[in-house]
Structures are given as C-alpha cells and as structure tokens.
Write a protein that binds this ligand. Structure first.
Ligand code: ATP
Ligand code: MG
Length: 385
C-alpha cells in the first residue's frame, strides 16, 4: 500500500477498533476517530479513504452523506457487523463505494484498498494535467449530452459510437441513455435482446438508485456498455417529467464514470433538463448552410432558455467528405464554440454495421476500423488522455 493514501477509521466500539487496528497494521497513515467526533476531524485530516463503521445509534447513511459532501473526492467504505439489504442500498445511494460485513468480508477490504492505492497513484501522476481525464471518482461521473437542432445530422450515431468506444478504450463505467422517447434510435446501431426500457424506471422515480438502473439497463454484447433503451411509446413518454429526467441523470452520475445522453432535435422540458445537467454538450453539425443556420437559432434558443454554454458546448462536425457544401475551416469564425472532432462520411462502413446489427467498434484497439469508427475512437482517446 502506498504511503500517499490516508485512511481514517470511524469506529465507536473499542472491540471493532481493535480488530481494524490489527487488520490495518501494514497500512499508514491511519487515523482513528468516532462517529460523534468525525464532523470536527474530517476537514482537518482530509483523508483519501474513510472506513466508516456503522455507528451504534444507526446514523450511518447521514454520515456517509456528510462525509461525501465535505470530501467529494474521498472514498467511503462502509463496514458493518450484519448483512442488511436496505442499509446496503441506502449507504450505496448516499455515496459509499463498498459495503463490507465484518469480519467475514475483510479480505474484500484488502482488495479494495489495493485498488484505491493504485488509482490514487495514477491520480497523483496526472494531477493538474487534466481535468476531464481518467481519474474516475465515484459519485461525480461526467454527463455528456449529444444534441443537434437539425434532425438526421448523426446525433444518435455519434452518441452511440462515442459511448461504445469510450467503454472499450478505457476502464470507465459508461451508461448510454436514449432520450428519444417516442421513436428511439440507439437500437439501430447496437443490438439488444430484452425488452427492458427506461420506462421501467418511472415507478421507482423517487428512490431511483444504482441497483434500479443496472437492473433495467441492457448490455451491448461486445463492450458490455450499459444502455437505457427508449420505451418508443408516446404514452409512456408522456408520463416522463422534467423531474424524472433530472433524477435519472443525477442517479446515473452517482453510479457511472460517464453518462452519455442521446437527445432528439426538438426542444422540450425533458431535453432542457438533459442539457442543463450536462457537463458537456456535443452539438452535431453537418457541413452545409442549413446546418449552420439552425446552429445559430439553437445558440439563440440556449441563450433565451438561460442554458449556460460557457465552456460547456463543443461542436462535432459529422459527415465530412469531398462533396460538402462547406469545409471545416469555413466554420471557424462563424461561431465561438470550439470544434472538438471531425467525423468522416462513411456510408459503406455505417451501412454494413447497421445491416449486420453490429456496432462500429467491437473490441479495444481494434485494427480494422472503417473511417467513421476510426475518427470516433480518435476523438474518444483525445478526451481520455
Ligand atoms: N459519418 C457518417 N457516415 C455515414 N453515415 C452516417 C454518418 N453519421 C450518420 N450517418 C447516417 O445518417 C443517418 C442519420 O443518423 P442519426 O440517426 O444518427 O441522426 P440523428 O441526428 O440522430 O437523427 P434523428 O433526427 O432521426 O434523431 C443514419 O442512417 C446514420 O447511419
Ligand atoms: Mg437521433
């Protein structure tokens, strides 16, 4: 275990404290406190990992929440002496990364601490170098919303390709959400076999957590990318509110490193919610005059709706080819948002994939990629390095 990982143990009972002291003999620095003192201590100590033993009077969930709010980058591991599913669900929801039953599962703790140590070394190496990089911290996943004011620009194709490639090329957990509630879209580019959809989350809207989401999400066969598929049903769509979308995104952000959202072109309160929650909006644009004109209208609409785009809006140019009306350099100077990627037009590659019901990229470091898949991967890698 590396010396850089500071551990704080919060335990009220002496017997438990002794057991953990023995268990943690090889680690340092380790500090100890009690549940009544932790609020005073946490800020001063600034631990990397908090081992929180269920307090006797049972305020465990609130303490997890408190520690997470004071220490957003800290990792909370919850320890208890008995298995309790409801408690497990609640502490995980509050932000704990692990629920360990003592003494039976203490070997799991060793494993966890090793992983955290590795991760923290990586983080330290990268510190300051990049803000959006691979330092995955639970509870603060990044939300990327894909949007275009002009239908058919390739929004769904790129959101799907980006999510798939991100899952394959990194160790991050990735969730793709299809918010084209009426007609869907992602199932054109990825195949799924069950009939679970995002609509199945409506009944649990108020207590939605990681378990609900994982339970409803479908998995893409090659990458194991998790996908919340659209209900493709106008009636179900009508039962989804802005509050539902906001909760869904927040619960997803707590449980995944990246949440990729595909949006329809029209603006409504659900799309608004997804744009507002996003860390980054990727606007998909083609190289023609109507696309530029619609982009201008959208910029204006964002301004009127008070969607803050400062540092949060980037343009992806799609369908780049020889016979475009405009070239990428024409776009520069027409708007302020940076152009983050250029994806080539690739009829043959895209058609073949769709016809065979397979994704554009199937494995990490895949050698034989078609042009669009290559460009998408290059873009993903630029976001990871
Ligand atoms: N780079 C590309 N090369 C070739 N074909 C592409 C490319 N990008 C998208 N397409 C194709 O263009 C069509 C529209 O793409 P897509 O469905 O992703 O657009 P959209 O913006 O999501 O449209 P909608 O308004 O229907 O939601 C699809 O048939 C897709 O396969
Ligand atoms: Mg679409």
């Amino acid at each position: 275990m590396s010396k850089e990982v500071k551990i704080l143990v919060v335990a009220d009972q002496d017997s438990v404290k002794e057991m953990l002291t023995e268990f943690l003999a090889g680690y340092e620095p380790v500090r100890y406190t009690t549940s009544s003192e932790v609020k005073k201590e946490i800020d001063r100590i600034g631990p990397d990992v908090v081992l929180l033993v269920q307090p006797e009077e049972g305020a465990g969930v609130e303490l997890v929440q408190y520690i997470q709010s004071e220490l957003p980058e800290g990792i909370v591991i919850f320890l208890t002496e008995k298995q309790d599913f409801v408690l497990l669900r609640d502490v995980v929801r509050a932000g704990a990364v692990e629920y360990i039953v003592m003494p039976d599962e203490l070997n799991l703790l060793t494993d966890r601490l090793e992983k955290i140590s590795e991760l923290s070394q990586i983080q330290q190496r990268k510190k300051g170098a990049d803000a959006s990089g691979k330092a995955f911290v639970r509870g603060r996943g990044k939300v990327y919303s894909f949007y275009s004011g002009k239908g058919g620009s390739g929004c769904t194709q790129l959101a799907t390709g980006f999510a798939q490639s991100l899952k394959l090329e990194s160790t991050a957990s990735v969730l793709l959400i299809d918010l084209n509630l009426q007609y869907g879209g992602v199932e054109t580019f990825l195949s799924f076999d069950s009939n679970r959809t995002l609509g199945d989350l409506i009944p649990v809207m108020n207590e939605m957590n990681e378990f609900h989401i994982r339970n409803v999400a479908q998995r893409e066969a090659h990458s194991k990318l998790e996908v919340l598929v659209s209900p493709r049903d106008a009636e179900i769509a009508e039962n989804m509110s802005e509050a539902f979308v906001t909760r869904l995104i927040r619960a997803s952000r707590r449980s995944y490193d990246f949440v990729i959202i595909d949006l329809p072109s029209h603006m409504n309160e659900l799309v608004y919610a997804a744009l507002s929650e996003a860390d980054m909006i990727y606007y998909v644009m083609n190289l023609d005059t109507p696309s530029v004109q619609i982009y201008r209208l959208v910029e204006d609409l964002f301004r009127r709706l008070r969607i803050d785009t400062e540092g949060r809006l980037e343009v992806v140019v799609n369908q780049v080819g020889r016979d475009n009306e405009l070239v990428v350099s024409d776009l520069k100077g027409l708007f302020n948002a940076p152009i983050t990627a250029e994806i080539r037009r690739d009829h043959a590659g895209v058609q073949a994939a769709v016809n065979q019901g397979r994704p554009l990229q199937k494995e990490a470091n895949e050698k034989k990629l078609t042009p669009a898949a290559k460009d998408i991967r290059k873009w993903v890698q630029s976001k990871l390095s």
